[in-house]
Design a binder for this molecule. Structure first.
Ligand SMILES: *Cc1c(COP(=O)(O)O)cnc(C)c1O
Length: 230
């Protein structure tokens, strides 16, 4: 087995253990391998080890990589989306994780209608209300949920968050709890199920699973450390 296959197996084992600890079922949690910045040769090693779902944070990387990899893979856009990239990305991805404003949601809705598509989306919540971060604050999403639900092309599946980085995973727990509680509240407010909770990354995915994550987004723990941004 390659080193990558070993690391992937280790993550799967830890995921399974966290699922069991929380009294949940394995099929309730999906492992998304975050392949951003990694070349297709490395991604192919993950595919060979049985991984089929990948997350990328830039549209351009999906556009470049997808044609070079097997067609059976499922791609998720996990990074922010700009309106001029919507048309390009919509046919390529299974889910858009980071709808962070009513404006972008309206753009996605309009372009999806033009293209005859019904994209699955998640609403990004700025759980720690950081001014540097994207996403709706809890009060903003309460105020704008109705307007989002009027966008009839969007399948709003749930919520996602990127809490402030903390090297101690346990310190992220309160943000994961918060996202779950916001989700529960929005389900009542909107009268529609929001089954997807996209939360947890390499260093804290186990805590996220304990708090109800249904998709964990794991990059460096599978692929190795990324090169620092230039
Ligand atoms: C890069 C990224 C991840 C994965 O981060 P790791 O710490 O490498 O696991 C998860 N979610 C988002 C939105 C990302 O941009």
């Amino acid at each position: 087995m390659s080193d990558l296959a070993d690391r992937l197996q280790e993550i799967r084992d830890r995921l399974t253990a966290a699922v069991a600890r929380s009294g949940r079922k394995p099929e309730e949690v999906e492992l998304l391998a975050v392949s951003k910045t990694y070349p297709v040769e490395i991604i192919q090693q993950a595919v060979d080890a049985g991984q089929l779902s990948f997350g990328e944070n830039r549209v351009q990387e999906i556009v470049l990589k997808q044609p070079q990899l097997p067609g059976k893979l499922q791609w998720h856009l996990i990074g922010p989306l700009q309106s001029n990239k919507v048309r390009k990305v919509l046919p390529l991805v299974k889910m858009i994780h980071a709808v962070d404003s009513l404006d972008i949601a309206q753009d996605i809705n309009r372009i999806a209608a033009e293209m005859g598509l019904h994209p699955k989306v998640l609403i990004e919540i700025n759980v720690a209300e950081e001014s540097s971060k994207h996403g709706f604050t809890a009060s903003a999403i309460r105020a704008q949920l109705e307007a989002l639900y009027e966008l009839d092309r969007l399948y709003i599946q749930g919520v996602m968050c990127i809490p402030p980085f903390d090297p101690v995973p346990e310190n992220s727990r309160r943000y994961f709890t918060m996202l779950r509680e916001i989700r529960d509240e929005l389900e009542k407010l909107g009268g529609a199920p929001l089954p997807v909770l996209s939360m947890g990354m390499s260093h804290d995915f186990e805590v996220a699973i304990e708090e109800g994550a249904s998709i964990v987004r794991v990059g460096s723990a599978i692929f190795g450390a990324r090169a620092p941004k230039a």
